[in-house]
Design a protein around this ligand. Structure first.
Ligand SMILES: NC(=O)c1ccc[n+]([C@@H]2O[C@H](COP(=O)([O-])OP(=O)(O)OC[C@H]3O[C@@H](n4cnc5c(N)ncnc54)[C@H](O)[C@@H]3O)[C@@H](O)[C@H]2O)c1
Length: 330
């Protein structure tokens, strides 16, 4: 078995995938612009797999080629990306395109030229559904129109389509994961992801024993996926010998909004000093949601055909996240 190369691997999702691969004894190469967080270096050192960290930029083709050559890479996740909010997409559209689209093309070309890659896992996103998320109760890979609105969503749709096309032309075997909104261990500000999850903000407030003020009830419907479940799903897509689909949603398929009060209560029971409430009309919340409009949930049948479904209930996910945060963030 060769190594798995993850570009952007020191980011939130990459670290979860790296951890899951290392836990099963694999060789992992993290290729990205930021260093490995200290806590991750410490946690990963206890795992049976082998880890190499290359602090490089995906826009450096020579560095990509060298990474493939040095590590006998046979699977690749070109996950480096800029998750731009409105200000950044307006100020730096070229950078978003360069990293999110050209960076993937460069990684695929290096993978092709290395001659040893047997699976590419393309990082698409639920953002590809765009406006459809507000008009379709269930976001289905085959039937729901993709009308991405944000530049980020547009680049993710481009990655999916051009990634599958180039893989076909270049003799690579690719699967695109439409990753749902994730939260959990290793989530932090990478400097290029402009909106972190409200669960990250709640955890910070809980660890500091502060009060969290959520937007007024009821919260809009939103489908979350726990990072550890997501990592398990990505491994299923990486491992599938005969993928039943080439484009797959990875999400819980559940509206988490009705669970949020119970999740906050569980945090309050665990972290002394943490309190929470909904904002009064006109009051500014301290916890920002990713979207103020209710969204459809993601269809899960294709992921199930790969043998994956989110394992954690919202309550179990928050309990696991709280244990992780207490161990690693205190
Ligand atoms: N987090 C989510 O909820 C979510 C949802 C859907 C899709 N995704 C996808 O998952 C992937 C990882 O996202 P994330 O949430 O971990 O974001 P993140 O910002 O935590 O991680 C991205 C990583 O890419 C690195 N990077 C950025 N530009 C780079 C460059 N030019 N060269 C090398 N490295 C560079 C960053 O330093 C960072 O480590 C992305 O492709 C993203 O589109 C994430």
């Amino acid at each position: 078995m060769g190594a798995v190369l993850i570009t952007g691997g020191a980011g939130f999702v990459g670290l979860n995938v790296a951890e899951a691969l290392l836990a099963r004894g694999e060789e992992v190469v993290i290729f990205g612009r930021e260093p490995l967080p200290e806590a991750a270096a410490c946690a990963f050192a206890a795992l049976p797999g082998r880890l190499a960290v290359l602090e490089r930029d995906v826009r450096e083709e020579a560095a990509l080629r060298a990474a493939f050559a040095a590590h006998a890479v046979d699977r690749v996740l070109p996950f480096a990306a800029i998750t731009a909010g409105p200000e950044r997409e307006s100020a730096e559209p070229e950078a978003v395109l360069d990293v999110n689209v050209k960076g993937v093309v460069a990684t695929l070309r290096a993978a092709r030229d290395s001659g040893g890659v047997r699976r590419v896992l393309l990082p698409s996103s639920s953002a590809v559904y765009g406006e459809s998320a507000y008009t379709h109760p269930v976001l289905d890979e085959a039937r729901t129109p993709c009308v991405p609105a944000s530049l980020y969503g547009v680049t993710k749709y481009a990655v999916e389509r051009l990634g599958l096309r180039l893989a076909a032309l270049w003799g690579l075997d690719a699967v695109a994961a439409r990753i749902g909104a994730a939260f959990g261990p290793w989530e932090r500000d990478s400097g290029v992801r402009d909106t972190l999850s409200p669960f990250h903000a709640l955890m910070q407030a809980a660890l500091m024993g502060r009060q969290a003020v959520l937007p007024p009830a009821p919260l809009p419907s939103y489908d979350w996926v726990y990072a550890r479940d997501l990592a398990a799903g990505l491994l299923k897509l990486l491992d599938a010998e005969l993928p039943p689909h080439r484009v797959v949603n990875l999400a819980s398929g559940l509206d988490w909004a009705p669970h949020v009060p119970a999740l906050c209560e569980a945090l309050a029971a665990r972290f002394p000093g943490f309190r929470w409430r909904h904002a009064a009309p006109g009051e500014a919340p301290t916890i920002r949601l990713n979207d103020s409009r209710p969204r459809g949930v993601l269809a899960t049948a294709r992921a199930a055909a790969f043998g994956w479904q989110a394992r954690h209930t919202p309550e179990a996910a928050m309990a696991d996240y709280a244990s992780w945060a207490a161990a690693w963030l205190r």
